[in-house]
Write a protein that binds this ligand. Structure first.
Ligand code: HSE
Length: 311
């Protein structure tokens, strides 16, 4: 038996929502899992991308028990007292890898949902989210990958996940600017401090609260203030050349609600309303291209649907 699951890309953090906010975007990976009947064939993991650069990254990704998709699937089997044996995992990838668009969350979620279907759906949404968070380390990408839309999520002290889907204002455009250099989440997390000053923690708490209110009431003025962060972006700035200049360039533009790092970066996400999208593109290119950074810029709507089993 074989099951395929299509999973959207995700952008996490959205400024002050470090490790707890994320939204789904219409770029997809498709993960297929096949339980082979021939004993002794073991695990087979194949990855295909249209992007030659991603194909090169695939070479460095483990294709055995250490693969994150396999780990997630194994945890699901173990949770019902079983062991996975002969599995063939195929990943068709359109989500750029190591760019802050949730490619790892997508494959973890896709693997889990496919395996769950193969097993007769023993795990519910909460259980799948919990396993996915354990493998990924934080819930902010895996939650919108499963649920779609704009999602607030938190891993509680007892390991349980609290999550709510919120309404993203449809009229707010999202432009993702994907540079041609990689930044691994591990590196982007390694530059974060162990502890932050109390005033920075308070700053983010205030701005996250403002952001939720701004989204709920479609308050653009409040959103523009809310999208500021002191917990991760200032530390990651040094890893993303041009980020500071691009953020600065949009700061005082009417119609641009904000420019933030997508997840751990290096992709930048620009939120705007009735703003000239060509101007966004030219401003970003004018800053990145002289620094020899090629950039793929796409204006997208939030994907309302989460992972889907393909029939
Ligand atoms: N919240 C995570 C981080 C997202 O910023 O490190 C990583 O994809």
């Amino acid at each position: 038996m074989k099951v395929s699951v299509k999973v959207p890309a995700t952008s996490a953090n959205i400024g002050p929502g470090f490790d707890c906010l994320g939204l789904a975007l219409p770029i997809y990976n498709t993960i297929t899992i096949e339980e082979t009947v021939l004993p002794g064939t073991g695990i087979e993991i194949n990855m295909i991308s249209e992007d030659a650069a991603d194909e090169m990254i695939f070479d460095d990704i483990p294709k055995d028990e250490n693969n994150i998709v396999y780990k997630a699937v194994e945890m699901l089997y173990n949770s019902i007292g079983q062991e996975p044996s002969e599995l063939k995992i195929n990943i068709q990838s359109q989500i750029p890898i190591t760019r802050g668009l949730g490619s790892s969350a997508a494959v973890i979620v896709g693997g889990l949902i496919a395996a769950n279907k193969l097993l007769g759906s023993p795990a519910d949404e909460t259980a799948l989210l919990s396993i996915a968070t354990e493998v990924e380390g934080h819930p902010d990408n895996v939650a919108p990958a499963i649920l779609g839309g704009f999602v607030l999520s938190s891993q509680e002290d007892d390991g349980s996940i609290t999550y709510r889907k919120l309404n993203w204002p449809e009229e707010w455009d999202i432009t993702v600017c994907i540079p041609d250099f990689e930044l691994s989440t591990n590196i982007a997390r390694s530059v974060l401090p162990e502890a932050v000053p109390m005033q920075d923690a308070v700053y983010n708490a205030k701005h996250l609260a403002m952001l939720i209110e701004a989204v709920n009431t479609k308050d653009e003025k409040l959103m523009k203030t809310a999208l500021h962060d002191k917990l991760h972006q200032p530390y990651r700035e040094k890893l993303v050349p041009g980020m500071k200049e691009i953020m600065e360039a949009f700061k005082h533009e009417d119609g641009v609600l904000g420019c933030v790092l997508s997840g751990a970066g290096p992709t930048l996400l620009i939120i705007s309303h009735k703003y000239d999208l060509d101007k966004i593109k030219s401003t970003v290119r004018e800053i990145w291209e002289p620094q020899s950074v090629k950039v793929d810029i796409r204006t997208l709507k939030v994907e309302p649907e989460g992972a889907q089993v393909l029939e």
